[in-house]
Design a protein around this ligand. Sequence first.
Ligand code: AMP
Ligand code: MG
Length: 415
Amino acid sequence: MPMPPRSPLLPLETALAQVLAALNGKQLRTEMCSTLQADGRVLAQQVVSALEVPPQDNSSMDGYALRCADVAPGRALRVSQRIPAGSQGAPLQAGTVARIFTGAPIPSGADAVVMQEDCREVQGTDASSPAIHVQTQPQVGQWIRRRGEDVKLGATVLQSGSRLGPAALGLAASVGLAQLRVACKPRVALFSTGDELVMPGTLAPQDMPAGAIYNSNRFFLAALLRRVGCEVTDLGIVPDRLDATVQALREAAQAHDVVLTSGGVSVGEEDHIKPAVQQLGHLDLWQIAIKPGKPFAHGRVDEAYFIGLPGNPVSSFVTFLLLVRPFLLRMQGVQDVALPTQPLRADFDWPRADRRQEFLRVRRNAQGGLDLFSNQSSGVLTSVVWGDGLLDNPPSRTIARGDTVQFIGLGDLLG
Ligand code: AMP
Ligand code: MG
């Protein structure tokens, strides 16, 4: 009997477009969150400043505020006032200086600050009021931070849909916001399929039966999900039976936005994800033209989105980054979910092309090039720990030492 024709593999780009299209432009609900707790959340409002930052011209040095025109070689200038940060000085009397500290407002009439290292205290006209000699000729404006130089009144300082990091939280606080409107965290139910799987901690290595392996996917998937801002419900391991898979899916779909599974998405007799999801909702099972990876399932179970990742650990890890991460970010309102790539030099040869788009585990070396991990098998998780990124190699492309290739830094994706 002739073999049925091999179905064409789906290009990654097409798969990603379809995964994102399933959202239909819908986003998660939003909620208010304390600015202090909002690291990693996605902003669901514009942050517009209701003030100028800094609110007044102020000193960027400890020193003396003065008028440049008053400075002349050998001239003693009386210190007429003292302005620490947090206080408001008086207008500067002509021919005098104000002792001033970093962050303190510049008194009106002063046009520069001289740092204390460039001044020498001298005897004033009377003992109670010190005076100084300025030892350099100051320039108008020096060591003055201008009002509004950081943020102008009415400026949009953070855009809706941006992911908040430490610097953004500081900026929001600098315009007075203690609360921010953010997308709710996607609630994700996670389970692994496979009768060979054993949870670490339940059996010691020496007691593992033949054919058993520890469930590693659960651990990195839970961590990856949290890195993209999700709340994870861990449903453990589900046995390779249709009824158990249906029951786990039904439970997982309740009160969750997404159900994420690993394993069981091939079309072998022991792979029950496909028929189980089809019983409860609908499913697209794709063979994607990527390596590692390939099988990937996407659909709905009741109201929840369903995503099924391959079981091989590296395939699962890489497919998460390529397809699930963008989906979860877009769900939270992030528009730009493309993988950030940068051109770098390959310091190795990769002579055998694959018809699929490959994501090789590589590491930047001290010479600014990329080294390749020796074993690129989809089960070798050591490669992902060794590497600090993925080399995105187009289909049917070989690599020769010295070629420029596209690098995706894991730190950029997961930071
Ligand atoms: P599957 O996709 O279920 O056919 O699994 C493919 C390969 O990945 C098999 O060698 C499994 O033993 C392995 N695998 C599946 N799930 C996991 C897991 N959670 N942790 C580690 N390896 C797994
Ligand atoms: Mg399996």
